[in-house]
Design a protein around this ligand. Sequence first.
Ligand code: NDP
Length: 299
Amino acid sequence: MTSTQQNFEAALRGLNITSSTSIAAVIGDPVKHSLSPVIHNVGFQSLGIDWIYVACEVKEGDAQSALDAMKLLDLRGLSVTMPHKTVIASLVDSVSAAAQALNSVNTIEVTSDGSLVGHSTDGDGLIASLKQQGVSVSGASVLILGAGGAARSVIDALQRHECRQIFIANRSLDRAQSAVALAPGIAKVVSISNLSDLADAAVKSDIIINATSVGMAKSPDTVSVSPLAPEVIDPHHIVVDLVYHPIETELLRLTRQRGAQAIDGLGMLVHQAALQQQIWTGLTPNVSDMYRAALQALA
Ligand code: NDP
């Protein structure tokens, strides 16, 4: 047993689970390596409330059964991950503005009358994580690499938080063009393959966000890859990598080498979980405790 597992099991013993313990869970496939149980259980502990969080593997096509089970088993909150985020948006009773814009749900709340409300906390999680680092997106110009699910949630949050300008660069042009519609009037597509276009957008940007999966630790070869050439990064930039495994990506290493501020993606993961707990319990957990636990679990 690793020291992380020992620490986690010790934490669970401290939870003192009873017959009235409230249960929350993440549903998805795969979920067996999810950091969410560690992050959420430490969050519940920081609140001193009788809640526990578990991971449930739910196969594609079984989302409705999972919602039925949620009601039957009186689960108090669900996190939703791939492959269910889009289908759940059409199965819940209502959705928040962000979940509606994205047609994607990562959080399910059960209201006092038993109806299910879908939320999306990823984008606001990033905004909260930046705020904790002293970074405001209001009035800022942002270059975002990627146009997948994570990029879309960030673009939606950036426009809600009064970002001035958004440049979207993605390998597939059609996905970049579709993401522009999330921030009409302030977002435009730039070429990811033309270094001069990309450098021009970077010069005009205060914040650069990597929302591609480039740099993820899938294999020893992939971790040393950066989605952005180092010469595009200037000391005035704030560079955020949504990839959090490894915690120090090649992009963040190059960012520090270029003298710019580097922000890792674990903060977004932890803050979006804290927002989920606020939705379920009305309380704000200790994000520093949650971040430390996630970092330890990653190590
Ligand atoms: P998606 O599969 O929805 O999107 C993947 C994105 O990466 C697309 O823009 C895709 O481009 C791009 N991409 C993939 N491979 C390459 C490549 N070889 N070269 C260039 N672009 C590439 O995934 P998500 O949006 O859900 O996740 C993206 C990353 O963000 C992941 O690493 C994920 O772990 C991380 N993430 C972090 C979160 C956090 O809380 N920190 C939350 C959610 C995600 P194309 O459209 O052309 O395929």
